[in-house]
Design a protein around this ligand. Structure first.
Ligand SMILES: Nc1ncnc2c1ncn2[C@@H]1O[C@H](COP(=O)(O)OP(=O)(O)O)[C@@H](O)[C@H]1O
Ligand SMILES: [Mg+2]
Length: 232
């Protein structure tokens, strides 16, 4: 019997369009993500990658089409339902980690659990566990200003995964790092996501990074196309 978990569609988009005024940033986008799948989206600057990510994550409402998470259309949810999904079922990583400077590494990592109402002791235990898996246990009491760029992106990864979300949206998550560091952080990120069954939508301009995904898409002038895997 097939493993149901791995064949279930967790996120689907059909005919998605997004405009900024007259600019049509996303055109008729179709994408489908299974549980635990890593999908990479590459494309030039300005091609609409970030805009598509915002649509998929329910951050921006779509002008046309539909995004469904676990079978529920995001457009049909009220603000509270949508923000609960974003907070508890989604995780986010951006190019510059965007950690809160006044919180420690461990507090930053525990934040999604605290926002979901988990008690401090449990939230910090879970944060410590993820930080340990990413080799960051010794840094837990530091502030973001006291860690390196690569370390701070690892903390951002830890924070995105700590609540075991269904989907992590990562927009150029290693774009601020040198290529050796970028490769390591990305490998750790994807290994941890795969281990806990978290699907990832990974926006990157780096073909080597994209090569580590299960499925690849390219974006051009707002149009998303599945990239055919080359026979080798
Ligand atoms: N907030 C905004 N207001 C108006 N236009 C925007 C905004 N954000 C992005 N755009 C435009 O939408 C298009 C897609 O941008 P974006 O999604 O940021 O592309 P990418 O992430 O691939 O670099 C570009 O033409 C960009 O100039
Ligand atoms: Mg972008």
């Amino acid at each position: 019997m097939e493993n149901e978990i791995n064949t279930t569609e967790v996120l689907t988009a059909r005919g998605v369009e997004l405009f900024y005024g007259e600019t049509r940033a996303v055109r008729n986008a179709e994408i489908s993500l299974r549980r635990g799948e890593v999908a990479a989206i590459t494309g030039q600057s300005g091609s609409g990658k970030s805009s598509l990510l915002y649509c998929l994550a329910g951050v921006l409402p779509v002008a046309r089409g539909e995004v469904c998470f676990e079978g529920r259309s995001l457009g049909a949810l009220d603000d509270e339902e949508l923000s609960t999904i974003r907070r508890e079922r989604f995780g986010f990583v951006f190019q510059y980690g965007e950690l809160l400077p006044e919180l420690t590494v461990e507090e930053n990592t525990a934040l999604p659990l605290r926002l979901a109402g988990q008690r401090k002791a449990e939230a910090h235990a879970a944060a410590g566990d993820v930080l340990g898996r990413l080799g960051l246990a010794d840094l837990r009491d530091r502030r973001p200003s006291q860690v390196s760029g690569g370390q701070s992106q690892r903390v951002a990864v830890a924070r995105a995964l700590v609540h075991r979300p269904a989907v992590v949206f990562a927009d150029e998550p290693t774009g601020s790092l040198d290529s050796a560091n970028a490769t390591t952080v990305l490998e750790e990120f994807l290994a941890l996501a795969r281990a806990q069954g978290t699907a990832v939508v990974l926006v990157t301009h780096d073909a080597q990074v994209a090569a580590r995904a299960d499925t690849r898409y390219t974006m051009r002038d707002g149009m998303l196309a599945a990239q055919v895997r080359e026979a080798s």
